[in-house]
Design a protein around this ligand. Structure first.
Ligand SMILES: O=P(O)(O)O[C@@H]1C[C@H](O)[C@@H](CO)O1
Ligand code: GUN
Length: 336
């Protein structure tokens, strides 16, 4: 089935399919003015085809999915027995356009668990609709993934946060949602999840607690926080007035990703663990004399410096998950 915006998997009406357009019939008046609902961009069958391609191509059925944030691609480099798929070679997959996002999908073993990791995510500011940005999460689900690990680079708004700290996400403020945008916009396919998913308790508390214990064992507890992330559209970093508003709303760290991935994951009932690496401090005072303008080079450099700690945190948490029985079993129902 075709998943292009112009076709949207709806080939019933004459003049609506890609084939018709190639024959020169062009867009109908209706198509010219009605935008394609986001959820029609990637119908279930197309997601299934991509998932089959990955499962067959790797010979593996991953249980944990990882999305590497800016400069955190090394999270995928520690995967063993890796089968690597370049995004360009995966049917119907978008391409990564941002520095620090390599554009590779890595499937293999980490701490005994079968995982798949995205070395490169898709952002709204790249021009991709949110449903396209988070489409790989649904691919993960149909590959068999139960746990989503989403990581990001973010600016620290909470004045207690230092550059290099790790903030475990326990909630989010969906600014793109405030503006009327959602990866779930359009007709709902119940094979993925319900029309109106609840988002309280989206961030798995047991995984947060385990991560805090791991942080303690690693001796980095004073550099670890539990806080609220907010995603803005980007690609601009925030103005001081915007940062002040976010702080008033209870936001601790701000970025340009993750929230729509978490929404998509929760919609299809995946367990979510997410953290922000604080790559820059956001100044919320006009008279701050320090030169604190955010820039992507600094973001990447901090991520590189902290990649070892991030890799260790992720590895140790995956080791713990791997030791637990798969969900659905009686023992698992009482655990994470
Ligand atoms: O992919 P993430 O959210 O980690 O990347 C952040 C947001 C922008 O893409 C970039 C800005 O420096 O870093
Ligand atoms: N929006 C936003 N994204 C970031 N990614 C890394 N740092 C920042 C920041 O300060 N703001």
């Amino acid at each position: 089935m075709c998943s292009r915006d112009c076709c949207s998997g709806q080939t019933g009406k004459p003049g609506n399919s890609c084939a018709d357009k190639k024959k020169g019939k062009g867009l109908s008046d209706e198509e010219k003015i009605v935008p394609t609902p986001q959820s029609l961009l990637y119908p279930y069958e197309v997601i299934q085809e991509i998932a089959d391609f990955i499962v067959k191509g790797s010979g593996m059925r991953p249980r944990i999915g990882i999305i590497c944030g800016s400069g955190l691609g090394s999270l995928a480099d520690i995967i063993q027995d890796a089968k690597v798929f370049e995004y360009e070679k995966i049917p119907n997959f978008p391409v990564s356009t941002v520095e620090g996002h390599a554009g590779k999908l890595v499937v293999g073993n980490l701490e005994g668990a079968c995982v798949m990791a995205m070395q490169g995510r898709f952002h709204f500011y790249e021009g991709y609709p949110l449903a396209k940005c988070s489409m790989p999460v649904r691919v993960m689900k149909l590959c068999g993934v139960e746990y989503l690990f989403a990581t990001n680079a973010a600016g620290g708004i909470n004045p207690k946060y230092m550059v290099g700290d790790i903030m475990l996400m326990h909630d989010h403020v969906n600014m793109l949602g405030f503006a009327g945008n959602s990866p779930l916009q359009g007709p709902n396919d119940p094979r993925f999840g319900p029309r109106f998913p609840a988002l309280v308790n989206s961030y798995n508390k047991d995984l947060i607690n385990k991560a805090l214990e791991i942080g303690k064992a690693m001796g980095i507890e004073s550099n670890m926080h539990v806080g609220v992330y907010s995603c803005l559209g980007g690609p601009t970093y925030e103005t001081i007035a915007e940062l002040k508003a976010l702080r008033l709303m209870g936001v601790d760290a701000v970025g340009m990703s993750t929230v729509h991935e978490v929404i998509t994951a929760r919609h299809c009932d995946m367990k979510v663990f997410a953290f922000s690496l604080i790559t820059n401090k956001c100044s919320i005072e006009y008279d701050d004399k320090r030169d604190q303008e955010a820039n992507h080079e600094e973001v990447m450099a901090v991520a590189k410096n902290r990649q070892k700690a991030c890799c260790e945190l992720v590895s140790r948490l995956i080791r713990e998950i791997h030791a637990m029985p798969p969900s659905g079993t009686q023992a698992a129902k009482t655990g994470v």
